[in-house]
Design a protein around this ligand. Structure first.
Ligand code: ADP
Ligand code: ASP
Ligand code: MG
Length: 451
């Protein structure tokens, strides 16, 4: 068995869905389970609709949904040629749209906003794309069947970034997908979406379809997980930042995980972890160019010639600095500080310390009320927004002399505010002003991947 995940642009319109059918057809003998994202842009629009409804602007919310309905109807017309199956797809999708209208009316009446309401609304995107793709496959003689991920990806109730209950997911996945595959079917299921044990819809965080693919891959102990997207693989940098970026033939789990964590959007940061124990290889492939090699991600990947494999950046982060002269020579201080982050459910990315102060970077800033006040009991707190993390990754980086010198020479004109190396053997990470992030990544790419 294999898992094949198709991202938003890979199912972005009817023609893209037809391409997906061909790719899935080429893997028929490998017993694929297909995971799909919502059509490109749909998740954003559904979030708009949820917010508008919650603010009481039902008219605008329904307007958004109307526009989405048109897009899905067009996709059905393009991707499902068979009249009977097309009528079926239209009917199913119409029913889901009617349900969504009712939901938005209820949210508007109750002025209900927040992650729980958003998850219920936003989960429609993957429902539509999965239902359509299953019929598009069927119309091409491939036995696609929609399987509801909400019956399998059982999560806690942290709406908006829910955590799956791995043991339950494993059990349910066997029951739902293995059973369908055993009957010769090709299950098509929603990425990103799950449900609590009570059946309330949840989502795994933006970009979470990759994570669904990994969870199912681990649960079903598949031979491979394929992530089909809009670029030729994991690349030497984000090609939107560095047009000359090149695809990597291979990367290690550790390299891929670090890159994803520090901003390489091509993989959701949680994707690699479920697959590591089982050693399931991950492929990243381009659905618009299936003939391109793609990147293979495996446990051990040899060092590349120049050591550095790729450069990632995560923008819009905030630095929180805590200065506490009392820390000098005292023990237990870091524990007290990290206990506060823990209590407020705030994850920190980069950490640096000096004798009397500690700096940490936070992805979304100090959003939790009370966090800064609590930190203030330990010392003086300063908050610096609009920063970016830049991360240089490669197996063997720590053991290779000269790499840090090359990094900082390449970006000599950019002020560097925090540096971290050594926590992981394979990366060097630093913080700059957000406005300097693009320049830093480009200069580093020039240095390590000259044309
Ligand atoms: P999908 O909808 O298929 O999940 P995403 O938009 O989430 O696709 O991720 C693919 C995008 O990730 C690419 O278009 C690219 O701009 C971006 N990206 C960022 N860093 C990298 C990288 N190192 N390698 C490849 N793509 C990257
Ligand atoms: N559709 C979701 C998003 O846009 C999940 C995904 O694409 O992976 O975040
Ligand atoms: Mg994605």
């Amino acid at each position: 068995m294999i898992v094949m995940k198709f991202g938003g642009t890979s199912v972005g319109d009817g023609a893209a869905m037809v391409r997906v059918c061909e790719i899935v057809g080429s893997r028929r003998g490998r017993k694929p389970v297909v995971v799909v994202s919502a059509m490109a842009g749909v998740t954003d629009r559904l979030l708009d609709a949820a917010r508008l409804a919650g603010e009481g602007d039902l008219r605008s919310a329904l307007g958004v949904v109307h526009e989405l309905r048109g897009r899905h109807e067009t996709a059905i017309a393009e991707a499902v040629p068979d009249a009977k199956l097309r009528a079926q797809a239209e009917e199913v999708v119409a029913t889901h749209f009617a349900g969504l209208d009712l939901m938005l009316e209820a949210l508007a009446l109750l002025r209900e906003t927040g992650p729980k309401a958003e998850d219920a609304v936003v989960s429609h995107g993957e429902l539509w794309s999965a239902e359509i793709l299953a019929r598009a496959l069927e119309a091409r003689g491939q036995p696609g069947v929609w399987v509801d991920a909400r019956k399998v990806i059982i999560t806690d109730n942290t709406f908006g970034r829910a955590l799956p209950e791995r043991a339950v997911v494993a059990e349910r996945a066997q029951a739902h997908y293995t059973a369908a595959v055993g009957k010769g079917k090709i299950p098509v299921t929603q990425g990103y979406v799950g449900a609590t044990a009570r059946g309330t819809p949840t989502t795994l965080g933006r970009g979470g379809s990759d994570f669904t693919a990994a969870l199912l891959g681990a649960a079903l102990r598949v031979d491979e997980v394929e992530i089909w997207t809009d670029v030729d693989g994991l690349m030497t940098a984000d090609p939107r930042v560095v047009p000359a970026a090149r695809p990597l033939p291979e990367a290690s789990y550790d390299e891929a995980a670090e890159l994803a964590f520090f901003g390489a959007k091509v993989l959701h940061p949680a994707t690699i972890l479920p697959l590591v124990e089982l050693g399931v290889p991950v492929w990243i492939k381009n659905s618009q160019r299936p003939e391109a090699n793609g990147t293979r991600i495996v446990a051990q990947s040899p060092r590349s010639e120049g050591t550095v494999k790729s450069i990632a950046s995560k923008r819009g982060v905030t630095i929180v600095n805590l200065r506490a002269p009392r820390m000098l020579g005292a023990h237990g201080f870091l524990k007290a500080m990290f206990d506060i982050f823990e209590r407020h459910g705030t994850a920190v990315d980069v950490v640096t310390t000096s004798e009397v102060s500690v700096s940490v970077s936070l992805e979304n800033g100090p959003t939790e009320p009370g966090l800064l006040t609590d930190l203030g009991t330990l010392g003086d707190v300063t908050v610096t927004p609009d920063r970016a993390i830049v991360c240089v990754v490669g197996e063997g980086l720590r053991e290779t002399p000269g790499i840090p010198a090359r990094i900082f020479r390449a970006i000599a004109s950019v002020p560097v505010e925090m540096i971290s190396q050594g926590a992981s053997k394979i990366n060097l990470t630093f913080v700059v002003q957000d406005g300097h992030a693009v320049e830093a990544v480009r200069r580093l790419h020039e240095e390590f991947f000259p044309r």
